[in-house]
Design a protein around this ligand. Structure first.
Ligand SMILES: C[S@@+](CC[C@H](N)C(=O)[O-])C[C@H]1O[C@@H](n2cnc3c(N)ncnc32)[C@H](O)[C@@H]1O
Length: 227
């Protein structure tokens, strides 16, 4: 499937790599049941570009830990667009971990893949996790379509450095979800929780429509930047 004009602007010289990732999603991603069959038509907008739309919220050279990467979203889309990031993919399901290892080997993407379950007590490593060493504290934890935001915050807390940021990519119900869970987030020590509608920060000109994503963003500890 031909990438939309936005993809060329977002991925630049790495568009071919992004196209090869799209082929993985449309091929093994679909046949192995990691994505639903109805996702094929929306692979660029709903998946690759949606995943990468948070790129403007992530500082250069950040350690990014993606909880529940599944077929590699948003993590691998981000790493393709932002090779400066140090990416850790956390996924408990063995078939998904195998798929992620195959994709990263084929596309030569330097992501660290950890077979583990995120819990309030930290990562619980599962059998056949090939990475024995410690996972660094993250500057940013990402998650898309994994769990309610209060649960994500419980899981992200032990994984984030102080002042680190949780970015939960959500759908239209993000505002209601934040309203419901705000007190829990505050109790957990998060601050500045807000709903952001973001798009890829490219100089696209007026003719290229941009994909947007709705994100619940918050920071762990430290001093509030809210006025
Ligand atoms: C619906 S899929 C979403 C996958 C991907 N983030 C996406 O947006 O396409 C949810 C993923 O979260 C993973 N997951 C569920 N609970 C988890 C946990 N406690 N820690 C890490 N991953 C988890 C599942 O194995 C699954 O791959």
């Amino acid at each position: 499937m031909k990438p939309p004009a936005e993809a060329a602007a977002v991925f630049g010289g790495r568009l071919e790599l992004a196209e090869r990732f799209a082929q993985w999603l449309l091929g093994p991603g679909l046949t192995r049941g990691l994505l639903g069959p109805r996702e094929a038509d929306q692979i660029w907008t709903r998946h690759l570009l949606n995943g990468v739309s948070i790129t403007g919220l992530i500082e250069p050279a950040s350690v990014v830990l993606d909880i529940g990467s599944g077929a590699g979203l948003p993590g691998l889309a981000l790493l393709i667009a932002r090779p400066d990031l140090q990416l850790v993919l956390v996924e408990p399901k063995v078939r998904r971990v195998d798929y992620l290892r195959e994709v990263c080997a084929d596309l030569d993407l330097p992501a660290r893949i950890v077979r583990a379950r995120a819990t309030p007590g930290g990562l619980v490593r599962l059998p056949d996790d090939a990475t024995a060493d410690e996972v660094p504290l993250a500057d940013v934890v990402t998650a898309r379509a994994v769990a309610p935001v209060a649960e994500l915050a419980r899981w992200a807390k032990p994984l984030l450095r102080r002042d680190g940021r949780l970015l939960a990519i959500k759908g239209d119900a993000a505002t209601d979800e934040l309203h419901r869970d705000r007190a829990v987030l505050t109790r957990l020590g998060f601050r500045d929780a807000s709903v952001l509608v973001v798009s890829t920060s490219v100089d696209s000109g007026p003719t290229i429509p941009l994909t947007t994503a709705t994100v619940i963003s918050m920071r762990l500890g430290g001093v509030s930047r809210e006025t």
